[in-house]
Design a protein around this ligand. Structure first.
Ligand SMILES: Cc1cc2nc3c(=O)[nH]c(=O)nc-3n(C[C@H](O)[C@H](O)[C@H](O)COP(=O)(O)OP(=O)(O)OC[C@H]3O[C@@H](n4cnc5c(N)ncnc54)[C@H](O)[C@@H]3O)c2cc1C
Length: 268
């Protein structure tokens, strides 16, 4: 176990564990102050800001959970340690072009080269781009814990701002995205600075015959499904650094219509 720390630069000392199996990793989790580490792009910023002061990080990089495959049911299976960039570049995304399009405006290549699918889904920041899209696509995650595995919809992972429904001793190990079939989808993010900035609003729309799935993010404290287009008017919207609630409400009116239009005209 490595000991790391640079207290003089605001990073509290911590131990770094590098387990070589999932079982070993799970055994190291659970206690106060222990956090899993994937790409570290979110975790390290929070540690440097002093928001988190873990005493031990459990690095998941040696667990061998970074494969991207197509399952027997036509679904996309993505290991949690797959980087966002590897996913974006995967030829398998030809069937899910909406995911590749979304990834291309998710931060920048430097972040996507390091950030992982598991870390992205576990972070719980409501401004993240993939959770609303994956929720609208009906994606699920496999979660490993001391009692075995469970599967949960991506949509059910979020409990509030930076709050997830994962227990401290659980790890996301895989993402499963159902086959697109005849579905058509679009994700639009509205940023107030560069196109790849954090969104002020994210809207995912998936059209499946007569069924329309709409999930809104960045304007709400977690990705939120709308029961209908009309429900957008009653949505509780939060103000933040990217815009006031009133501004975001207007953005939602405009972007929801645009996202539905884009989904209708998408090849998938
Ligand atoms: C400059 C910058 C700009 C960004 N812009 C955007 C943007 O526009 N849109 C966007 O969507 N995102 C953006 N991001 C966020 C980026 O997507 C996340 O930082 C990243 O996805 C987190 O992944 P990671 O692998 O680095 O996670 P980590 O930082 O390693 O972990 C994040 C959290 O998840 C926990 N965790 C990690 N792996 C697992 C696991 N397998 N199971 C359970 N818990 C786990 C960690 O303990 C930690 O709490 C930006 C980040 C940066 C640094």
């Amino acid at each position: 176990m490595l000991k790391i720390g640079e207290e003089e630069r605001g990073l509290s000392p911590f131990e770094l564990a590098e387990p070589r199996s999932l079982r070993e990793a799970l055994a190291l989790l659970g206690a106060d102050g222990v956090r899993p580490l994937s790409g570290g792009t979110a975790l390290m910023l929070m540690m440097k800001a002093g928001v988190l002061r873990p005493t031990r990080l459990v690095n998941l990089r040696r667990l061998g959970i970074d494969q991207i495959e197509r399952g027997n049911g036509g679904e996309l299976r993505v290991g949690a340690m797959t980087t966002l960039r590897a996913l974006e570049k995967s030829p398998l995304l030809k069937e899910w072009p909406v995911i590749a399009r979304t990834l291309r405006t998710l931060s920048n290549v430097r972040v996507r080269n390091v950030a992982t699918v598991g870390g992205h889904l576990a972070h719980g920041d409501p401004h993240m781009d993939l959770p609303p899209l994956l929720s609208a696509l009906g994606a699920t995650v496999t979660i490993a814990g001391p009692k075995g595995e469970r599967t949960t919809p991506v949509e059910a992972l979020y409990a509030g701002y930076l709050e997830t429904t994962l227990a401290r001793n659980e790890l996301i190990t895989q993402l499963l995205v159902p086959a697109m079939g005849a579905r058509r989808a679009a994700y639009l993010k509205c940023t107030t600075r560069s196109a790849d900035d954090w969104p002020a609003l994210g809207v995912a729309v998936v059209l499946d015959g007569r069924k329309t799935s709409i999930v809104v993010s960045a304007a709400t404290d977690r990705p939120t499904r709308l029961a209908s287009v009309e429900a957008a008017e009653g949505l509780r919207i939060e103000s933040d650094l990217h815009g006031s609630a009133q501004y975001k409400k207007q953005l939602l009116r405009v972007y929801l219509a645009r996202a539905i239009h884009e989904a209708r005209h998408a090849s998938h």
